[in-house]
Design a protein around this ligand. Structure first.
Ligand code: XBP
Ligand code: MG
Length: 243
């Protein structure tokens, strides 16, 4: 089995391990709007624009303010809506509605077989993220699992990656992050980590300058057998795009 020079690989969740935004979070947000008697419904394109605001509660607050709510009222309503939305997302998880992206399971198994420690660093809430990862990958797949519930600042702030490195006891240049978004890439780079990007429909056209590699899916990531996930430190020439 090809080994990997990395001590750890730290995965993002939404949009990376799972394609959870369009048909998961977005649907849960809309159901929470409806349950509160609010007329808002985020369409697929509109939701993609709000995705640049990380953290569901902050996304709701920013949206409500853009609809004319005063800051204090927006924050209070966002908290109520987000609590309902999180309950709904947990139900989606429980009913098996959120699944791994193609190739994710194989990549996790290959990295584990190569002796790499796996971890998670997400902005999402632990209430749904933990049962999701347990259900999809088993309770022992990730040695460290950090969520937006445990850090003071959300991506693109590097806090969640810095804390993951601390708990893993791994130097930034001995671990690589796997992300889907520009905010996630910024967070990983801010923690001094190289970052592999695997894009999705929402992020394919983003600017991924500074990424060690960019793939359009896990299938091409798996096929790149001499890629940075296996080779270790990204050589200067590695900064490029593998599509
Ligand atoms: C993406 C996010 C999350 C989700 C919604 O997280 O920004 O906020 O959109 O989840 P990731 P919550 O870092 O995994 O890409 O409503 O629980 O925040
Ligand atoms: Mg993401």
């Amino acid at each position: 089995m090809r080994s990997s020079a990395w001590k750890a690989v730290v995965f993002d969740v939404d949009g990376t391990l799972v394609d959870s935004e369009r048909d998961g979070h977005r649907v849960a947000f809309n159901a929470a709007f409806a349950a509160s008697g609010l007329p808002y419904r985020w369409g697929v394109v509109e939701y993609g624009q709000w995705l640049t605001v990380t953290g569901g509660r902050r996304r709701l607050t920013a949206f409500l303010e853009s609809e004319g709510y005063a800051a204090r009222e927006a924050s209070a309503l966002a908290a109520r809506l987000h609590s309902d939305k999180t309950f709904r997302m947990r139900e989606f998880v429980r009913h098996g509605m959120i699944n791994p992206r193609p190739g994710v399971r194989e990549l996790l198994d290959r990295l584990r077989s190569a002796g790499v420690t796996l971890a998670v660093a997400t902005t999402g809430s632990r209430e749904w993220a933990e049962p999701l990862l347990d259900r999809l990958f088993g309770p022992r797949m990730f040695s460290v699992m950090l969520t937006g519930s445990e850090v003071p600042e959300l991506k693109p702030d590097p806090a969640v990656y810095k804390e993951a490195l601390h708990r893993l006891n791994v130097a930034p240049d001995r671990a690589v992050a796997v992300e889907d978004s520009a905010n996630g890439l910024k967070a990983a780079r801010g923690a001094g980590m190289p970052c592999v990007v695997v894009t999705n429909d929402y992020t394919a056209d983003s600017n991924f300058s500074g990424a060690a590699a960019v793939y359009d899916g896990f299938e091409s990531c798996l096929a790149d057998r001499s890629g940075v996930l296996w080779r270790g430190q990204p050589a200067a020439r590695a900064r490029g795009y593998v599509r």
